[in-house]
Write a protein that binds this ligand. Structure first.
Ligand code: COA
Length: 354
């Protein structure tokens, strides 16, 4: 099933990007760090994925810590601290229960605002963006903080070379405010989809109500993230291309009119394939995975935060992602004038101290 929004006849009120921020923990870990314990190499990882480095949380650091750090930067970038709602996309919440978003809202001092998590794996940020956008557009909120944060290193099997080298930890946050469709920064169209028939492609089998925690404990392996890489690759290229083409059609953008493709940072070859299918020159695709790997729900806002200084106001962007579920989505946005430039993603920062 798909949902879509963004028709021009829905009035001029729109959600507008007001701030962006990102955060990655600790030191950059190079591909060579895996060579001593896995049958892999820096050359294989670079050639097959484009990834060179990633960041992992250390023991004691949780997803909410990353989310708080990125959100502080996004709120500073927006120049105003208050929001009416917090939506956090994550696959690695601090706890199975409760949701992580209320903790993030509380630590940020945002007051008793509604705060909830969204679970759509690597598509999570676009699911959260669509919820925020439609809530603002319908008048249900004036300002919403949307966060994508994941600590995938906490669910990776360190002995599985198919997944251990691909993912990294991080968070990206975006503040959306009520504004006008004609403003730079407006979210102009969104598109989401899912196919639960492909749930086996990306899964953590244990720990939920199907395979109980107590049963998982005896075998151990099924609390880890599993992925059928080749099938994911093909499904991701197809779904992201179709979803992106859908929103381009809705806003009437030809390939020549799109300044940037901000696709989920899964694999450089996936980015190239999606660009090609959309008729976009490869250099229009934002590339951040070389330094952070696949950061799941954080991927798109983290890439935007990293590139914020280089993107011109008014540039037209297509955001698109694919993830477990399977899920996918896309959005057509323009880039805003940001009030301040607190949008970098440097790891050395005291933001983790709440
Ligand atoms: N180092 C060395 N060799 C590796 C490896 C690693 N880290 N990971 C896999 N291989 C091996 C495989 O075991 C296989 O060996 P075999 O031929 O002896 O069986 C060989 O490389 C080719 O495997 P294949 O799966 O065909 O590789 P690939 O070119 O498809 O690349 C992925 C593997 C995982 C990088 C790629 O499929 C991918 O990026 N998929 C999408 C992953 C993703 O984006 N997930 C998140 C989406 S939300």
């Amino acid at each position: 099933m798909t949902t879509a929004a963004g028709d021009r006849d829905r009035g001029t009120r729109a959600a507008v990007i007001a701030g962006i921020g990102g955060y990655v923990p600790g030191e950059a870990i190079p591909n060579t760090a895996f060579e001593h314990r896995l049958d892999t190499s820096d050359e294989w990882i670079r050639q097959r994925t484009g990834i060179g480095f990633r960041h992992f949380v250390s023991a004691g650091t949780a997803t909410s810590d990353l989310a708080v750090a990125a959100s502080r930067r996004a709120l500073a970038s927006a120049g105003e601290h208050a929001v009416d709602m917090v939506i956090l996309a994550t696959t690695t919440p601090d706890h199975p229960c409760p949701a992580t978003a209320p903790s993030v809202a509380s630590r940020l001092g945002l007051g008793p605002v509604p705060a909830f998590d969204v679970a759509a794996v690597c598509s999570g940020f676009l699911y959260a963006l669509m919820l925020a956008e439609s809530t603002i557009r319908s008048g249900g909120a004036e300002r919403v903080l949307v966060v994508g944060a994941d600590s995938f290193s906490t669910i990776l099997d360190p002995g599985d070379r198919n997944t251990a080298v691909i993912f990294g930890d991080g968070a990206g946050a975006m503040v959306l405010r009520a504004g006008n469709r004609d403003e730079d920064g407006a979210v102009l169209a969104t598109h989401l989809g899912s196919d639960g028939g492909q749930a086996d492609l990306i899964m953590v089998p244990g720990g939920g109500s199907r395979e109980r925690t107590s049963e998982s404990a005896s075998t151990g392996w099924n609390r880890y993230f599993t992925m059928q890489g080749k099938r994911v690759f093909e499904a991701a290229v197809a779904a992201m291309s179709e979803s992106a083409a859908s929103v381009m059609g809705r806003v009437g953008w030809t390939p020549a009119a799109v300044d940037r493709l901000v696709a989920h940072q899964a694999n450089l070859r996936i980015l190239r394939s999606v660009s090609y299918r959309l008729g976009l020159p490869a250099e229009r695709a934002l590339v951040h995975l070389d330094r952070v790997g696949n950061t799941s729900a954080a991927s798109i806002p983290l890439a935007l935060a990293d590139a914020a200084q280089r993107i011109g106001a008014g540039e037209r962007m297509i955001l698109t992602a694919f993830g477990g579920g399977t899920t996918w989505g896309a959005a057509a946005v323009t880039w805003p004038h940001l009030v301040s430039s607190h949008s970098h993603t440097g790891a050395q920062d005291d933001s983790l101290v709440s």
